[in-house]
Ligand binder design. Structure first.
Ligand SMILES: Cc1cc2nc3c(=O)[nH]c(=O)nc-3n(C[C@H](O)[C@H](O)[C@H](O)COP(=O)(O)O)c2cc1C
Length: 318
């Protein structure tokens, strides 16, 4: 049997406890299927999709893979309940939820026999999610791309504190882009990892090429946090984000809302005018690769890291 098997793979039905981070209007059927075909867990982000579009993306993924795929539902969005019903109706077996309290959805989730992993950024949120009955939590550290916690806790600090605070499995997200990050996350007690930024720079990813190039070329100091007071979001630095960072909050929120999707998904915008969510791990992404190549690097790379660690910690004279 191939893969790394643990409680997270039992929940997801995947070979590896490696999740494609759901990305609004980016992780659609094709990218989700590509990740699932490599043994990971591909997810379609429901955010920004009308009901029919979500259905079509699930159908598209199913045409491309027989393996399990998931749907991510940001709870605060008006289409959350509709997206949940579509996921159930389409036979999805595991979902992830984010940005809100999962408790009101749990009765329906349980009735439908769905598994649910909920994204958190503090110990308190994780305890509440566990009490609400979720199957696992996804610990999102401050270095992640996209929306991050207001409390600014990094993955390195968040994961072990969650592992010590809840009994359900913890998946680590934020700052993981290669095998070193995976081994580190598991050393901290995580039982799975979720990666977004690394998959932006893949051939299967549907963002414009300039976005992939920016992820590939960015150094670790080339992201910036917008919306610090409301819903902080980590994006690549460029002309538009420098301008927005200097605005008053209300004006900045309006600008991001009006430019966000148009910038990074559709053809409009360029590398200076598009808002491009991205994590600090972009500094580790040096090549645009296929999803299969990313997976080969991750799985092959873990063996090399473990060998190095075994030499240091394992067989030496003490
Ligand atoms: C472009 C982009 C869009 C994202 N959209 C969502 C989303 O719709 N829902 C969600 O739960 N997380 C979203 N995220 C967060 C990712 O799912 C993932 O948790 C994060 O990218 C992990 O950190 P990393 O970027 O360091 O890999 C987004 C991230 C990026 C970069």
């Amino acid at each position: 049997m191939t893969g790394w098997h643990d409680r997270v793979t039992s929940i997801l039905g995947s070979e590896y406890p490696v999740l494609l981070g759901p990305m609004r209007l980016v992780t659609l059927g094709e990218l989700a299927a590509a990740v699932s075909n490599c043994g990971g867990f591909g997810q379609i982000a429901a955010s920004g999709l009308e009901g029919e579009q979500l259905r079509n993306e699930i159908v598209r993924a199913r045409e491309l893979t027989q393996r399990p795929i998931g749907v991510n539902i940001p709870i605060y969005r008006p289409n959350a309940v509709q997206a949940l019903e579509i996921a159930i109706e389409m036979g999805i077996e595991a979902i992830t939820t984010s940005a809100g309290n999962p408790a009101p959805l749990m009765a329906r989730v349980r009735e439908a026999g769905l598994k649910v992993l909920h994204k958190v950024s503090t110990v308190e949120m994780a305890r509440k999610a566990e009490a609400a009955g979720v199957d696992a939590v996804i610990a999102t550290g401050f270095e992640a791309g996209g929306h991050v916690g207001r409390e600014q806790i990094t993955t390195m600090c968040l994961v072990p504190q969650l592992v010590s605070s809840v009994n359900i499995p913890v998946v680590a997200a934020g700052g993981i882009a290669d095998a070193r990050g995976i081994v580190a996350a598991f050393a901290l007690g995580a039982e799975g990892v979720e990666m977004g930024t690394r998959f932006l720079a893949t051939w299967e990813c549907p963002v414009p090429f300039f976005y992939k190039e920016r992820v590939r070329d960015a150094m670790c100091n080339e992201t910036l946090l917008l919306g610090k007071e409301a819903m902080p979001i980590r994006v690549l630095k460029n002309e538009v984000t420098a301008r927005v960072a200097g605005m008053h909050q209300a004006e900045a929120d309006r600008t991001i809302t009006s430019q966000g999707d148009a910038g990074y998904v559709q053809s409009g915008g360029d590398r200076e005018t598009a808002v491009m969510p991205c994590g600090q791990s972009a500094g580790m992404v040096k090549e645009i690769l296929s999803v299969q190549e990313v997976f080969a690097d991750l799985t092959g790379g873990v063996d090399a890291v473990l060998e190095r660690l075994a030499k240091l910690f394992g067989g030496g004279q003490r």
